[in-house]
Each structure stands twice: as structure tokens, then as C-alpha cells.
Design a protein around this ligand. Sequence first.
Ligand code: ADP
Ligand code: ZN
Length: 517
Amino acid sequence: MQHPRSLLAQVFGFDAFRPGQEEIVQAVLEGRDTLAIMPTGGGKSLCFQLPALCREGVTVVISPLIALMRDQVRSLREAGVEAGALTSGNTDEETEAVFRALDDRRLKLLYIAPERLASGATTQMLRRVGCGLIAVDEAHCVSQWGHDFRPDYLRIGDLRRSLGVPLAAFTATADEETRAEIVNRLFEGREPATFLRGFDRPNIHLAFAVKDNPRRQILDFAAARRGQSGIVYCGTRAKTETLAQALCEAGHAACHYHGGMEADERRRVEVRFQQEDGLIVVATVAFGMGIDKPDIRWVAHADLPKSIEGYYQEIGRAGRDGAAAETLTLFGPDDIRLRRGQIDEGLAPPDRKQADHGRLNALLGLAEATGCRRQVLLRYFGEDPAPCGNCDLCDRPALLFDATEAVRKALSAILRTGESFGAGHLIDILTGQATDKVRQRGHDALPTFGVGRELTKPAWGAVFRQMMGRDFVRPDPERHGALVMTDAARPVLRGEEGVTFRRDSVAAAGPRPAVRA
Ligand code: ADP
Ligand code: ZN
């Protein structure tokens, strides 16, 4: 059987589980009856789709919405998974193909509308072809008191009894009564493994800072936490080694860790970290999976993580004991270029690349947040909390400014120079610097030349970075560093939309932002 984590990457194209997913996947894989309550958009489907690929036989998915089923079947097929649906929306050919795949025991996921359960034929057929798991989406539809009641959901209990297989039920509705009803009707009153937990880790302080002098920033952060166990995540193996050395030279107990090290060397670091107090491990994301240390007091990212999911997982290693823990994530334009480049140059099909860019945008939205970070983070996972009081932006609200004019000037500089230049040259044009390159290309004759003198060069750098963060401009992978305008910027260029940026991010390009002690 393939490891769930490798399937997560290979089949679904995700680099990390979302909060809650891994535990649920594990329970379902073990064949336990499971009830998972997750907010809408939290990523429930994966919790049955991934186990379905690992388990014997076909997994039957009961879902109330035909459109949703068809969507899921389509994206599973695009990912190379044998999936099908039996709904009233099928053509005869589609239904025929599904039955053939079932008979050949090829099908891994079969979506059916609950109405199908009204005739015993479906149950007969499922017994014949070997069903290994029943997954029930929107399980609250079994509740007679809720407004989504679907009478056919009451037949699911019978289906489970006659197939004698585990059942995994999913819903976003968490109230006590609905849950009790689900347990009664789907699990005959026997308590399933139940997963209901908010995603918040309120004891973890969240903070981001623009990279200025990253080594200095990490050293300062560690110096303020001398003697505490911490992890520094880096984007490359080489950096883990140089940064660990710098920390040692600053008098910390620190070592590096990455996938290129011998297994026993890695093991030594893991054991040391587990047993010693106050060790700092400077690592790539390879570090952490097997680590179960409750008193990690801080996690710093020396480079922007891959996704919000990865970020959440990595900072989540801090403060498992519930005591206060601190985090700091550094990011800068180079991170954005690097991540965009990795997506563009990857082998994924276009749809997935687009989804990956979208996820990167969400992470950059968190990095450049203008209000409480925890709100931005948890909203991404489907929750909607009040401002947290435990993040850098709650501690010190961001100063905002209307960047509409600045963005339009920058876009105009990009367009007038044929989308062929990087931020450095564009900033020279905007601030009216007649450099050799500017003069050689005749860019000192452009109407945009010198129109941005009201901002300093570092301030313009921050504007360009935030434009990249909003996905208004992307570096062209074909032409190193050249910025190209995206459709997202058009409404701003046309004057239909305004833009608000953070002034403190702009200022951060000058003096270093204070790090909370
Ligand atoms: P719901 O809980 O509402 O059923 P979905 O299963 O449709 O949510 O997932 C919501 C979105 O989250 C989908 O776009 C899905 O691709 C994405 N998603 C789910 N799991 C992950 C993950 N581990 N990493 C990144 N994206 C994920
Ligand atoms: Zn906050």
C-alpha cells in the first residue's frame, strides 16, 4: 500500500495535509467508523478520497448534490483516479461505463445519489462487486429536524448493515442534536471515532516580516529566546547549514537537518532535539513529521513556506503543551519569484498549476495581510473568528495607504516598456534615474519617466512586492525577472478598483521592523 503522504502529493498535488485531515484519513484507513465535523471548504472530500485509493474494493460515496458529485468525479478522473457516478443526470453511456468499471473491479470511487438506495438493486450490486467503505457527505441530511433533511438518507443505515463495511460520515453542522441523530441513524448508536475540533491554536503567536537582512532577523529572533527549543525552516539544504553555523557562532546550541543527510545522522538530530532542552534545529521541511516534542517554544521561517497548509503544519509544531509559543515568517520578492517559478516550471497540468498559483496567492494574502492574521488564516480553512489579540497585526495594527495611483504608475511603466523588465529597472524609470540602461533604451523619454518621485526606491520595492503578492504582476518564467501584468490588475489600471497596501511593509524596506520579545 502506498503511503498516504505520497498519494497526497502524487494524486492530489498537495504538499501538506490541512488541519484535521491526517487524523481523519488515518482513522478511515484503519477501517474505523468515523464522524468528522469540518467547516465548509475545510477539505472533507480528501478525507474519504485518499483512503478510498488505499483500501480494497470500491468506496461508495453518498452525496445529496448531483453537481457536486460530477465535479468531484471529473477532478478525480483528471488526477488519474477511476471514479464514476450513478445519478439521474447520467447519459446511458455514462451509466454503462460505470457498470463496466464496477464489474472489472477497476472503480475506486462510486458516487451515488441517495435516491438510488430506494431499490434494493444498488445494495445487491455493491455486494456483488465488493464495496470496502461507505462515505457519507453532508451527513446532517439524515437529521429530520434540520432543513436539509433527505428521507433517502435514512436508508444508509440499512446499506451499511447489509454490506458490513465501515462508514465515514462528514458534515459541517456541529450542533449536539444533529450529531446525536447522525450517530443513531448511521452508526446504530455506537459512537464512531469523532473528529470535531477548531483549527485554531490560540497559544501560538503569529508574525510575518519582510526580509531585510534575513540572517540578522533570524539571529535577533533567536537571541530574544535564548535557551528555548526552536525550529528554523529554510527553503534550501545549503541554507540550513550556513544558518545553523551562524547560530552556533552566536552561542546557541544549533544543528542542521535536511533530506540529504545520512539516515543515522538525521536520527541523531531527532533524538538530540527530543531529549535536549534549548536546541535549535535549522531544517528543511523534511524535519518534523516524526517529531513529537510538546515544548517547542518557537518556529521561524527563514523563507516563505510553500502553502498555507505547509505554514500551518510547520508553525503547529510549536506549543503543543498549550503554553505560549512564538513564530516569525520572513518573506520577500525573491520568495514570490521562486515559488511562482517552481509552479510554472513544474510538470503539473495547466489546471493544477492555476490552482497552485491560487494557493500561493492565498499564502501571500496572509503574508501581506492588512488585519488580524489569525482571521485570514482561519478563514482560509473555513472558520470565521474574531480578531485574535495574539498576532503581530493585533499587537500593532498595520498602517494602510491608498496605493491606487502608485500601482497605476507602476503598471504603466511595465506596459510602456513592453513587459520586458524587472522591478529594479522599472523603479529607476519611475523615480527618474537616468542610468546607462535607462538611457540606452530611451526610457528617459517615456511619459512615465520620473512620475514616481514621491516615493523612495525602497518604498517602490515594497509596492512592487505587494503587487506581486496580489498577483497583479508575475515574473515571466521565460524572461528572467521580467514582470508581466495579469488580468487581476486590469480593473485597477482602468480606474474601476482601488488598492490599499500596507505602509509599514513599505517602511519595512527601510529600518528593520521590531520583533516582539
Ligand atoms: P469541503 O470540506 O467543503 O467539502 P473540499 O473537500 O471541497 O471542502 O475542499 C475545499 C478546497 O480545499 C478544495 O479546493 C480542495 O482542493 C482544497 N484542499 C483540500 N485539501 C487540501 C490540502 N491538503 N492542501 C491544499 N488544498 C486542499
Ligand atoms: Zn490577530
